[in-house]
Design a protein around this ligand. Structure first.
Ligand SMILES: Cc1cc2nc3c(=O)[nH]c(=O)nc-3n(C[C@H](O)[C@H](O)[C@H](O)COP(=O)(O)OP(=O)(O)OC[C@H]3O[C@@H](n4cnc5c(N)ncnc54)[C@H](O)[C@@H]3O)c2cc1C
Length: 305
């Protein structure tokens, strides 16, 4: 196995990780960014971003591409689709093994963000977690949306705009949680049916295709709706399983940091949605990435102290 010694290793190539990469590279440090999927993270799932200062409106994927270009132009070694086999983070040694390379880093920035809560029994190719990515396949077809928060309603509207023929949206609790204006916008669509106190009981498949879903309602009754695709927006959980044994996590699994993004292990910093915080936005992730990289730089320059 090849060994690479670097100043800063960044885990996660969302906007927090890419911002950290920009700052660390501009500080003259050697930087590697490992992304298990594609750089951009959640921003890739966002149809249009309209609150990123400098762009009145920009498709999420385009914003992610622009950031990735800047990271590459600064000479950061970026490994996408990285398969991480082992992580060991202590004050004395920070080692990550991925794709037959052993990275020994002076400082590590964890920016692994969050992943969607999965639908129980999700073993079906027709269950999705991103309307923008997968919605166009269902043009002219019927779909079910699970989740009555902002994401569920926003993505339901996006699906209808893509030409879905009919959409049923369900929420397990006894009210919807999306903003009132978004709720109204969806309620006004003639081809949308909304249910509260309702959850998925069974997915019906035939020849590898989803044909219908049985729903369980709060009054004990059930109903079966025809549908060919299910889109799930039941919230997100932090991507921190790999760090549970080495970093302090809060009760919800987020990596605990101080205001300077320092974790419980000296030289390991965390940035973005993976931290406990009230507002998870692109701009707050950028701010975290900035602070984490500047602190990592200080840590490296002080010789790991
Ligand atoms: C549908 C939706 C719409 C949104 N719209 C907006 C908006 O309009 N404006 C706004 O400001 N905010 C918006 N947000 C919030 C915003 O997208 C996030 O707060 C922000 O992108 C978080 O960035 P991040 O880098 O912390 O995490 P993420 O974007 O989650 O990136 C984390 C990255 O780490 C990778 N990763 C995970 N585990 C590992 C591992 N073990 N090793 C390597 N890589 C790993 C993941 O693949 C991912 O690419 C939206 C969120 C959602 C879900």
């Amino acid at each position: 196995m090849e060994t690479k010694q670097i100043d800063v290793l960044i885990l996660g190539g969302g906007v927090a990780g890419m911002t950290a990469a920009v700052y660390a590279a501009r500080a003259g440090l050697s930087v590697t960014l490992l992304e298990e999927n594609a750089c951009g993270g959640l921003v890739n799932w966002t149809r249009v971003v309209e609150n990123m200062p400098s762009y009145i409106s920009i498709p999420g994927m385009e914003l992610a591409e622009k950031m990735a270009e800047q990271v590459a132009a600064l000479g950061v070694e970026v490994e996408e689709a990285a398969c991480i086999d082992a992580i060991s983070l202590t004050e004395d040694a920070k080692i990550v093994e991925a794709d037959d390379v052993r990275y020994e880093a002076k400082a590590v920035i964890v920016a692994t963000g969050r992943t969607p809560v999965l639908l129980e029994g999700d073993d079906c190719d027709h269950v999705h977690y991103c309307a923008i990515c997968d919605g166009s396949t269902y043009k002219g077809k019927r779909v079910l949306v699970v989740g009555g928060g902002n994401s569920g309603f926003d993505e339901a509207l996006a699906l209808l705009d893509l030409g879905i023929s009919h959409l049923t949206l369900i929420e397990a609790q006894d009210r919807f949680f999306a903003a009132a204006t978004t709720q109204q916008a969806l309620a006004e669509r003639p081809n949308a049916t909304l249910h509260i106190s309702t959850s998925v009981q069974e997915l019906h498949q035939q020849d590898g295709r989803l044909t219908a879903v049985t729903l369980a309602h709060g009054d004990g009754s059930t109903s079966t709706v025809e549908c060919e695709g299910v889109f799930v927006f039941m919230g997100q959980k932090p991507s921190t399983e790999a760090f549970a044994e080495m970093l302090t996590l809060d009760e919800a699994g987020y990596i605990v940091t101080d205001d300077l993004m320092a974790t419980s292990v000296a030289g390991v910093f965390a940035a973005g949605d993976v931290r406990p915080k009230k507002y998870r936005q692109i701009t707050t992730a950028l701010a975290d990435g900035t602070v984490a990289a500047l602190e990592a730089e200080h840590y490296v320059r002080r010789g790991g102290k």
